[in-house]
Design a protein around this ligand. Structure first.
Ligand code: GRF
Length: 190
């Protein structure tokens, strides 16, 4: 049986798109479900385009019930991939999927991570600090923001004069290039 991936995303879902593309004709794994806490998220449209089932949940369901954990178990999900999802993952879900929930962060953790550090705030902080490089981090998820064990990092140079938009673009390119492959590598070991 193919390994089954669930992606949780709140927004545009460009990473989810790349992951669905990567596994569309894959013989060992598939994207089996896309979940979102935002019923307007564009990622849900992307899922429809790939005929991947979707599920929308709210805060109460996520934190106060076992509904999501039960759904993932029922669908025999092997790996949970966060791709633009900002909520902490509750204990019941972490316990059910130990070292099987991963996240991508648009900087080189442990720097520029933690609560409130997401999206352009991260790139702006990197820019303000005058860094000469930034990158991406793929890591296991634990009960804290951006603190789980690092699985993979990739770097890019920041050239003098690079704007926030340029830094965002360079990071996004690396995310799209590496996230699907890192997921594939993890699934092979499972
Ligand atoms: C990415 O930059 C990722 O690092 C962060 O959220 C963003 C999601 O972007 N966790 P997208 O929705 O996949 O385009």
């Amino acid at each position: 049986m193919k390994k089954r991936i669930a992606i949780i995303a709140s927004g545009s879902g460009s990473n989810a798109q790349k992951i669905m593309e990567h596994f569309k004709y894959h013989d060992q794994a598939e994207v089996a479900l896309i979940l979102s806490n935002n019923s307007d998220a564009y990622v849900l449209q992307r899922a429809d385009n790939f005929e991947v089932p979707t599920h929308v949940f709210d805060r109460h369901t996520f934190y106060q019930t076992d509904e999501i954990t039960d759904l993932l178990t029922r669908l025999q999900i092997d790996l949970v991939v966060l791709a633009g999802f900002l909520w902490l993952v509750p204990k019941n879900l972490l316990d059910k999927y130990p070292n099987k929930i991963i996240n991508i962060h648009p900087a080189l953790l442990p720097a520029y991570g933690g609560k409130g550090m997401y999206g352009d705030r991260v790139h702006q902080a990197v820019l303000d600090a005058g860094e000469q490089e930034s990158g991406i981090t793929i890591h296991f998820v634990n009960e804290h923001f951006d603190e789980g064990e690092i699985i993979y990092q990739a770097r890019f140079r920041i050239e003098p004069g690079d704007s926030l938009e340029v830094i965002r673009f360079k990071g996004q390119q690396l995310e799209h290039q590496h996230y699907p492959k890192v997921i594939e590598g993890l699934l092979k070991k499972m």
